[in-house]
Design a protein around this ligand. Structure first.
Ligand code: 76R
Length: 244
């Protein structure tokens, strides 16, 4: 790495996609057409599951709360063209004809050397090539560091940024008992600088960690956030209900 930027290492590419479902269009499908569309979607998810099992990528598929969308699909794969291939497969599904994509974020898994000087450890590998858990809940949002007047993250000396990121790590670490967090970097790839994807079996932990972090200097002074997306896992048990 050259210059003032902290060294980072990158792993899999990442595509977050949020879709809204046009229920009036979906309800024009008859019973058999719906069953067929569900079958196709299940086969698509089974393909993602094999990639995940083979540890050649990973994915998450959640039922989103509120008006921002109905479905959140997160895919991790080695390259941008792999992600494009999955996107194409998805949009050729029958069910895609009743879905409108309302949000997306293209990025890459990232670990930075703010805290750990060594970037070739098993812990770092687990962040770069994650086996995404099938926890009950997901929380996804984007973050950018401010560049405004005196509050310009990118004008700070590296030691200052290091101090704040260490503080950030100290706040975050205890939460690893109750949630998993993945940071993906989108600088040069998409509009926001980072994606934050958190999984837990207790959604209240999202509220607790995000609130806790609001008091950190790195967030209080420099954090800018996108919309938040929360949702519930679409598993075998609720699949037919979600796509009724
Ligand atoms: O301790 C370490 O080894 C890693 C330290 C660490 C870094 C460098 C770390 C730890 N994060 C890092 C980078 Mn994080 N993180 C977020 C959010 O809502 C908010 O205010 C922030 C959203 C959460 C919830 C979270 C959780 N982290 C980053 C970056 C890149 C910043 C940069 O490079 O300038 C962002 C945007 C970001 C945001 N972080 C942790 C956590 C948790 C739970 C930890 C501790 C556990 C761990 O090491 O994984």
């Amino acid at each position: 790495c050259m210059g003032k930027a902290i060294p980072t290492v990158e792993g899999w590419h990442s595509q977050h996609m949020v879709f809204s479902m046009d229920f009036s269009a979906w309800n024009c499908f008859d019973v058999e057409e719906k069953a067929e569309a569900r079958g196709e979607l299940k086969a698509f998810l089974a393909e993602l599951e094999s990639m995940h099992q083979a540890k050649e990528g990973s994915y998450a598929f959640y039922d989103v709360n509120g008006y921002k969308g109905d479905l959140l699909l997160w895919i991790l794969a080695p390259s941008l063209e792999d992600l494009a291939k999955w996107e194409r497969k998805f949009r050729r599904l029958t069910i895609a004809s009743v879905l409108v994509q309302t949000y997306s974020y293209t990025s890459v898994t990232e670990v930075s050397a703010y805290v750990k000087a060594k970037l070739d450890t098993p812990e770092v590998d687990a962040k770069l090539y994650p086996t995404v858990p099938k926890d009950k809940y997901i929380c996804f949002y984007n973050m950018t560091k401010k560049r405004e007047g005196n509050d310009n993250w990118y004008m700070l000396p590296p030691e200052e940024r290091g101090r704040m990121m260490r503080e950030h790590g100290i706040t975050g670490r205890p939460y690893l008992e109750v949630l998993s967090e993945y940071t993906t970097g989108g600088v040069g790839l998409d509009d926001w600088e980072w994606g934050v994807t958190i999984f837990s079996n207790d959604d209240i932990q999202f509220k607790k960690i995000v609130y806790d972090m609001r008091f950190e200097e790195a967030s209080a002074r420099y954090g800018i956030f996108s919309d938040f997306y929360v949702g519930t896992l679409i598993d075998e048990a609720c699949f037919d209900e979600v796509f009724a």
